[in-house]
Write a protein that binds this ligand. Structure first.
Ligand code: ADP
Ligand code: GLC
Length: 482
């Protein structure tokens, strides 16, 4: 089964968050499950640089009249077949894929990402005669126009299933209505039964409305987004499409995240040989100038510093954590006020708190390898990957019970300890008090060394690989093609 994956990011080439990790891992996982996967990506600089054996597949005219080139080749770092949209003036820019260096969205984002969906639809309709896809699977609002273009595209004469995965409903790709006319879609598509959202043009809504099937990245989030509280204004549409909506839990790319083989951490370790973890902790304390205290419980945060991630709660419990002998290490970037608040805490407590503002893949690995607890107190969380990386690296996750966090972490309550299901710490109410109680539960367990080690061992042994999710995607594709 030929499957075209469509996304704006892909690890290890271009990453602003978990979407890239998933886009990078899914092709190999689906190939192992019997699919033949190719990817379609915008021609951002790192992607162009990685594309090998490239040749021009087609020169086309975009709906707004611009000439565009589609390259075909192989991504050297991933060894997978790729189509790359080569339009330098749209994609070769400083900043992130979405924002300029002043963190402002590019004014032509609607065209930059409409082109991604439009090109996916061209491929679905047979642009590459040697490789007709059976399934086009697009990710997040950047690729969401795929299904709209497919719905209004040329007749295909054969079945192509479209799947749209929501990684985060909060980022919707909403633009001024005037831009609708650039897209080349029929006028009636700009209606409540289409791309219109409160008078605006919504890419997210195109995916939700026109895809054959919608998935999201955890079963709990699939339920949550059907409620007014978490539906971001789209819960009505999602409830109407409930029969075509499912949650498939993300997984961990064990080729990248495995403490037994990870070249980015100073000492390897695994469940049967855990000694390296204590050495990773000592190395990090040394590197950061924290007190060299092997028994101080070390908490870690690796996160975008945004409202979603609930880190204001952490600011509310830092003093208590320090008073109880704990340490905290933070790596993140995002809202300037959160950045400043965390920086101030580190400056006030340099022996116990270390904060690095920025994005650093290797340092993230060192943090998971060294810490005892990974904090993920998100207000909402579609899936969340860092709690799973924490599990793999024996850094027990402490999470708010939402979305994928609820689906992956089981609290160390006595009954869960007794039946062997506990793997972390969970709080229900989104308050500093609730977080503080969970933190104290973590500290209490940490003080009981043998219990801590047995929970940690179980967490590290948990199966978090891609087999299950890949099998679920393949079953979905097959179902849609019947
Ligand atoms: P989200 O996609 O909402 O940001 P996830 O937990 O799904 O959250 O994925 C975040 C990914 O980004 C993880 O791979 C995490 O390790 C990584 N990450 C987040 N912030 C940083 C940072 N400042 N430096 C390095 N990696 C980071
Ligand atoms: C989004 C979500 C995150 C999820 C990731 C990968 O960025 O915020 O919860 O893990 O996508 O699916």
């Amino acid at each position: 089964m030929n499957v075209l994956q469509v996304s704006a990011e892909i690890f290890p080439l271009l990453k602003t968050g978990g979407l890239a990790d998933i886009a990078g891992a899914l092709p190999a996982a689906l190939n192992a499950a019997g699919c033949e996967v190719r990817v379609l990506l915008p021609g951002f600089a790192p992607i162009m640089a990685d594309l090998q054996s490239s040749q021009v597949l087609a020169e086309l005219t975009a709906p707004w009249g611009e000439r565009v080139v589609l390259l075909q080749g192989v991504l050297g770092s991933l060894g997978i077949g790729a189509y790359v949209i080569d339009v330098p003036h749209l994609y070769l820019r400083p900043g992130t894929p979405y924002e300029d260096e002043q963190r402002q969205p590019y004014p032509d984002n609607h065209l930059r990402f409409a082109l991604l969906g439009w090109m996916a639809a061209q491929l679905a309709c047979g642009l590459d005669t040697h490789w007709p896809p059976a399934v086009v699977h697009s990710h997040d609002w950047h690729a969401a126009l795929t299904s709209a273009y497919l719905a209004f595209g040329p007749a295909r004469g054969r079945r192509v299933a479209s799947v749209y995965t929501v990684h985060n409903l909060a980022y919707q790709g909403v633009f001024a209505p005037i831009h609708f006319f650039d897209l080349g879609l029929p006028p009636h598509a700009f209606s409540v039964n289409g791309l219109e959202f409160h008078g605006q043009l919504s890419f997210m809504k195109a995916g939700l409305y026109y895809a054959d099937h919608i998935t999201t990245v955890s079963p709990t989030y699939a339920q949550e987004i059907q409620t007014p509280e978490q539906g971001c204004g789209l819960d009505g549409l999602l409830r109407a499409r409930a029969h075509d909506l499912s949650g498939i839990l993300n997984a961990v790319d064990e080729a990248v995240w495995n403490p037994a083989t990870d070249a980015l951490i100073p000492h390897a370790f695994e469940t049967t040989k855990p000694a390296g973890k204590a050495r990773c902790k000592a190395a990090l304390q040394q590197e950061l100038g924290l007190a060299l205290a092997p028994d101080a419980p070390l908490f870690g945060v690796v996160s975008r510093l945004t409202e979603q991630k609930g880190l204001s709660l952490v600011l509310g419990v830092i003093d208590d954590l320090i008073a109880r002998g704990g340490q905290l290490v933070v790596l993140g970037t995002g809202d300037t006020s959160l950045e400043a608040a965390f920086r101030a805490r580190a400056a006030a407590n340099p022996q116990a708190v270390s904060v690095r503002i920025g994005y650093d893949e290797a340092y993230a690995h060192r943090i998971f390898s060294a810490t005892d607890v990974t904090l993920v107190p998100s207000r909402f969380e579609p899936c969340g990957l860092t709690q799973m990386y924490g599990l793999k690296y024996g850094s027990l996750p402490l999470v708010h019970r939402v979305g994928g966090l609820a689906d992956t972490v089981v609290d160390c309550a006595l009954e869960n300890l007794a039946d062997g299901t506990a793997n972390g710490f969970v709080f229900h109410d989104f308050t500093p008090e609730a977080l503080d109680l969970a933190m104290r539960r973590a500290l209490a367990l940490y003080a009981r060394k043998s219990e801590w080690h047995s929970v940690r061992q179980r967490a590290m042994q948990q199966s978090l690989g891609w087999d299950t999710a890949a099998a679920q995607y393949v079953a979905l594709y097959r179902h849609l093609l019947v």
